[in-house]
Write a protein that binds this ligand. Structure first.
Ligand SMILES: Cc1ncc(COP(=O)(O)O)c(C=O)c1O
Length: 417
């Protein structure tokens, strides 16, 4: 039972969860403990099935337990789970990434998105010899000290300005700017890190000129432009947000989809910059499990399923779903906007589409909690936090999404009552 598991969990795991975004603190109640998943569905420990729009916060795009991914992992596992020596699969995954992402000439694999952004920042500092970094309010780049200010995602859900345990010194070189406004940089800035389409304060696409402006400002001052594509990479198309937006960063951080649901991250970019990494250069970065054979096998299998056609199909389904969902919610008298960008869908319970973190925070968190539970009671799982997005993939067919819309209609009416 979920309740029993949660009680056990709380005794041995802080808050009963291994990542705060999984907690139900913001919406109330007991988290469902997943026992298995397949395609668009997850089943909890009580056997209840949910239509899942969480999809491991975007790590899954092929649908849960896709046979190609499972076969790849199973067969890799039979050959051993970690070696401490390079493998062909790592080379193949690096080749797959560099072949698809326009600005990535070389890439290094790590085990999480946090490691990717943390290492990219160190590399940018090492390359430029400068200390300062610029990040944007409401963007989340993982939980490394220097980036844990004005973060979105779980930090926003829990209403935290940052994190205890991060000293003033550790963030002294982090400058925070409002999203969608090009900041004026100076020549002490090592890099600007940005989610090119922000997806950790709900969904906030860049306004026209924002990315181009960042590129120009970085070029003017010699700072590196770092795109955090941990969510958008291989989700907004094979070339990520950078290809869609037509702006090339110097460094790109990846994660989630490239691991097919196993722990992988990556950072890559211009060869001249990447060659500063040890063992070639003086910027140290390492990992016992980096390029892990199971994770690289899963990632390669997932990427092999993603063609331009696949993305086009997911996009058109999500566009129709988003428009219908917005209509259903508004029709039930709930102030709601469902922003869409490519395959990504947001859920903002407010009047206007947000353009920055202040706008995003205008979402009605208590209305979100009510809708969350009304959906969950009917078998639809969205994230238990108002600052996340909805993830659809190959398994979210029109029929599946129609079912979600039917259940959302019931949920919205229940919320109105
Ligand atoms: C944009 C972005 N960057 C970085 C991260 C951190 O990745 P991880 O949770 O794998 O450490 C996340 C996680 O949600 C993210 O959304």
């Amino acid at each position: 039972m979920n309740r029993d598991l949660f009680e056990r969990a709380q005794k041995v795991i802080p808050g009963g969860v291994n990542s705060p975004v999984r907690a139900f603190n913001a919406v109330g109640g007991t988290p469902y403990f997943v026992s298995r998943a397949e395609g668009p569905y997850v089943w909890d420990s009580e056997g209840t099935r949910y239509l899942d729009l969480v999809q491991s916060y975007g790590a899954i795009i092929a649908g849960h337990a896709h046979p190609a991914v499972i076969d790849a992992v199973t067969s890799a596992a039979a050959d051993g789970t970690s070696y401490g020596a390079p493998t062909e699969a790592e080379v193949a995954l690096a080749e797959a990434i560099t072949a698809r992402v326009p600005s990535v000439e070389m890439v290094r694999l790590v085990s999480s998105g946090t490691e990717a952004t943390m290492s990219a920042i160190r590399l940018a500092r090492g390359f430029t010899g400068r200390a300062k970094i610029v990040k944007f309010e409401g963007c989340y780049h993982g939980h490394s000290d220097q980036l844990l200010v004005a973060g979105g995602s779980g930090v926003a859900t829990l209403g935290l300005p940052g994190s205890a345990g991060v000293t003033a010194n550790q963030v002294a070189d982090t400058v925070v700017a409002p999203y969608n406004v090009v900041p004026e940089l100076d020549e002490q800035t090592a890099c600007v890190i940005v989610e090119p389409v922000a997806a950790n304060m709900g969904l906030v696409p860049p306004v026209e000129g924002f990315m181009e402006g960042l590129r120009a400002e970085c070029d003017r001052t010699g700072a590196l432009l770092v795109f955090d594509e941990v969510i958008t990479g291989f989700r907004l198309g094979n070339g990520g947000a950078q290809q869609r937006l037509g702006v090339n960063p110097d460094l790109t951080c990846l994660g989630k989809v490239i691991g097919g649901g196993l722990p992988v991250g990556a950072f890559g970019g211009r060869a001249e910059v990447m060659e500063q990494l040890a063992p070639l250069g003086p910027v140290y970065q390492a990992g016992t499990l980096s390029g892990n054979p199971l994770a690289t096998a899963a990632g390669l299998a997932a990427l092999s399923l993603l063609t331009d056609d696949t993305f086009a199909k997911i996009e058109s389904r999500v566009a129709r779903f988003g428009e219908s969902l917005e209509g259903i919610l508004q029709g039930a008298g709930i102030q709601a906007r469902v922003p869409i960008f490519g395959t990504l869908a947001g859920l903002h319970l407010g009047e206007n589409l947000p353009e920055d973190y202040d706008d995003a925070k205008a979402t009605d968190e208590s209305a979100y909690a009510a809708l969350f539970h009304a959906l969950l009671d009917r078998g639809v799982a969205i994230a238990p936090g108002a600052y996340e997005v909805m993830f659809c993939g190959l398994a979210h067919t029109d029929e599946v999404l129609d079912r979600v819309l039917d259940l959302a209609t019931e949920a919205a009416l229940a919320c109105r009552r």
